[in-house]
Write a protein that binds this ligand. Sequence first.
Ligand SMILES: NC(=O)c1ccc[n+]([C@@H]2O[C@H](COP(=O)([O-])OP(=O)(O)OC[C@H]3O[C@@H](n4cnc5c(N)ncnc54)[C@H](O)[C@@H]3O)[C@@H](O)[C@H]2O)c1
Length: 342
Amino acid sequence: MSRQLWLRAETRASERRAPITPGGVATLIADGHTVTVEDSPRRVFPTDAYAEAGATIADAGSWVGAPADAVIVGLKELPDEPAELRHRHVFFGHAFKHQPDAARLLGRFAAGGGTLLDLEYLTDEGGRRLAAFGYWAGYVGAAVTVLLHRGQLDVPLRPTTRPELDARLASTPDGTGALVLGALGRCGRGATDGFRAAGLTPTRWDLAETRDLDRAALLDHELLLNAVLATEPGTPFLTPADLDRPRRLAVVCDVTCDVGSPCNLLPIYDAVTSWEDPADRLRTDPPLDLIAVDNLPSLLPEESSVAFAEDLLPHLRDLDGGPWRRCARLFTAALDEESTHG
Ligand SMILES: NC(=O)c1ccc[n+]([C@@H]2O[C@H](COP(=O)([O-])OP(=O)(O)OC[C@H]3O[C@@H](n4cnc5c(N)ncnc54)[C@H](O)[C@@H]3O)[C@@H](O)[C@H]2O)c1
């Protein structure tokens, strides 16, 4: 069935990523779909490239007036207006786990009769996510960790390209010990490759290696990157008291940014860090710095967009498929829960 897809401009000033590439637009149009792309000078792919691929170009924010059956596609938060959302929206809504703004967003959909098809919940039948930014989050996390440790991190962080980043990382092996927790996952694999790009050979731990956690061995690494997807509370990998034990550990990068969640396995800090201020000093003697930046893939907007869009495209080509029906059911359940317990 042919559809109208509408790629909206992102509102966040630092967001340059896109969930559809110009090549993806050409594929969708060849399928018989209609594609509108909002102009966005920040987006990593130029608006002209979308026009050349056959998209109709529209002003930023004009999705508000799109035909009722258009599917609006984006990545991050919607603007605060309109108060009532009447379309089907595909993006990361962060609204199904009682997040701080969840009730307000769900209320806007309820008021307008629209639907949130949340990309975080686009999964196969086994619950495996079909499109995610994890690999590049891990890669950038490892890169930032190494550069901070070498005293070469440029602050504020700014978007770059992989060749530029790899050129900055390249060095001869120097024996620095790096440990990746959750090494078999998407972020963990990206982190492994990021450390390797810097000439390091990281230790890789996943479920089997953390069951009887050897904290002394953990503290014997200079660099630690946590990429564990924790879905329930568990024994912390480190507590504040561990930071005062003998250690080589000098930089911790918590890619999960689970601070404040009951599932947090690294309760050694209080708040995420930012592009302006990426590292927080937790101990001074010897120094121990913490990085917890929650939008790492945005620092490699082109590579992360290309990879994500490639995974998403087959599902945009089939908007009636099972994964979207599962998303819609989760949305309905979240609305019901909100109206019952809200
Ligand atoms: N900071 C960012 O910008 C950013 C971007 C994307 C994802 N993330 C976060 O990164 C985390 C990982 O995401 P992912 O997509 O790589 O998940 P994933 O499911 O692909 O991988 C998670 C890995 O953790 C392992 N694991 C689970 N419990 C463990 C334990 N107790 N000990 C050791 N290993 C364990 C799993 O076996 C799996 O290999 C998530 O919290 C996600 O939200 C952060």
